[in-house]
Design a protein around this ligand. Sequence first.
Ligand SMILES: *Cc1c(COP(=O)(O)O)cnc(C)c1O
Length: 457
Amino acid sequence: MAKQIPYKIYLEEDEMPKAWYNYRADMKNKPAPLLNPATGAPVTHDDLAHVFCDELVDQELDNTTPYIPIPDEIRKFYNMYRPSPLVRAYCLEEKLQTPAKIYYKFEGNNTSGSHKLNSAIAQAYYAKKQGLKGVTTETGAGQWGTALSMACAYFGLDCHVFMVKCSYEQKPFRREVMRTYGAEVTPSPSDTTEIGRKILAEHPGTTGSLGCAISEAVEAATSREGYRYVLGSVLNQVLLHQTIIGLEAKAALDKYGVKADVVIGCAGGGSNLGGLIAPFIGEKLRGENDYRIIAVEPASCPSFTRGTFAYDFCDTGKVCPLSKMYTLGCDFIPSPNHAGGLRYHGMSPILSQLYHDGYIEATTVKQTEVFDAAVKFARVEGILPAPESSHAIKAAIDEALRCKETGKEETIVFGLTGTGYFDMYAYQAYNDNQMSDYIPTDEELAKYREQLPKIGG
Ligand SMILES: *Cc1c(COP(=O)(O)O)cnc(C)c1O
C-alpha cells in the first residue's frame, strides 16, 4: 500500500545526493561553445582561467562527465541547511479544489533566502582550494551577493560585491546583511574601476545596471592578484551545482513512489530551473520517462518566448565571452515598472538548447497576475514568496486549475526559490493598486534584435 504523503518530505543524511548531475553528458545536441569576443573562436581553458577559478572552468567546459562528486567540505555545508523540504501543498490544493497533487521544493530556508547559496558555497570552496584571496561579483536585487557573502565568510575569503546603485539605495537591509557576513559592498557604477569612472563620466547621476556592475566586478577581479570573478546564474557550472535541488526532489518523490507529470520553474538566467529539472530531463533525454517541463518568465522580459537563439554578449560592457542562447539583446532592459525580478536579457545556453530541441516548454506571465498568485499562496501556505518564485506559483496554479477542468489527477512539482522579505516595495505597489503591466512591443524587441553581434552564424 502507498505510504501516506507527509506535508514535508525530508531525506536522511545518508539519502542525500553525493554527486551533481551534469546532463550535458546525456544531451545529443550539446550547448554551443562560448566564444572569445576578441577572436570569435571557442574559448579555451586558458581564456577563462584568468577570470574564473580553475576547477570551475573545468566544470564549465565539461560536456561529457555525467556525475561530478560533491566535495565533502561542500556536503558538510549543505548539511547545515539541506535537504530543503519538498512540501505537499495540501492547503493550496484544497483552496483551488483541484484533483491535482501539488508539491513545491522550498529553497528559502537559509539566511540568504534563496537557492543561490547552493552554487555560492561551491564556488567559494573552489576559490579557497586554489589558494585565492577572494572573489568579486555583482548583485542586482541582492540575493546572489548575500549568498556569496555567507559562503565566503565560511571559507574565510574576501568578498567584494558591486551592487547596482539603485538597489544599494533601495535595499539597505540587503546591503547590511552582506556587510554583516564581512563582504565589501560598492555601489555601481563606482569610481573604483576604470570602466566605472568611464560610465560615470558619460552618464553622471546614473543609478546603474546589472551589465555595468558585471563589467566592474570582472575588472576588479582581473586587475588584482589572487582574485577571481564569480557569477550566480546562466553559466553551466552554476546549473551543475543547482542540480542538488532536483536530485533531492526526485529522491524524495521516489521514496514515496510518486511520479511527477509536470515540473515548473521560474526562469531568470535559468539556474534554479536547470537545477530542479536535472533528474527529470535526464530520464527524458535517455528516453526512460516523459515529463512536461515548463519554464516561466515575465511577460516584460520574455527571453525564451520572444527572444532569438543566437550568439550574444552576456554583459552590457561586452567584456565577457559570447554565448549562444535565447536572448533579447544585451542592451535590453525591462521597463522600469517591472518589479518581479528575472530581468536578465539572456538564458542559460544549456536550457536554450533544450528549449530549441523541444524538451522544455516556456510560458510568460504578467506581474500583476504573479503578485495575485503570490498573495493567494502566502495566505494559504504561509510562506511569503519571492516575486521571482511567484512566477512558478502562478503557472502551477494555472496547471492545477486545468486539472480541475479535465478532472485529471496530475502531479505538479514546482520550485519555490526563495522568500520575499526584501521585496516589500514591490508588494507595497501591489497592495496599493499601483502595480501595472508592461509588455514590450514587437518593434522594441526588433530594435535590440538588429543589434545582436553578427557572429557564429
Ligand atoms: C536569482 C533568483 C531567481 C532567478 O534566477 P535563476 O538563475 O533563473 O534561477 C529566482 N528566484 C530567486 C528567489 C532568486 O534569488
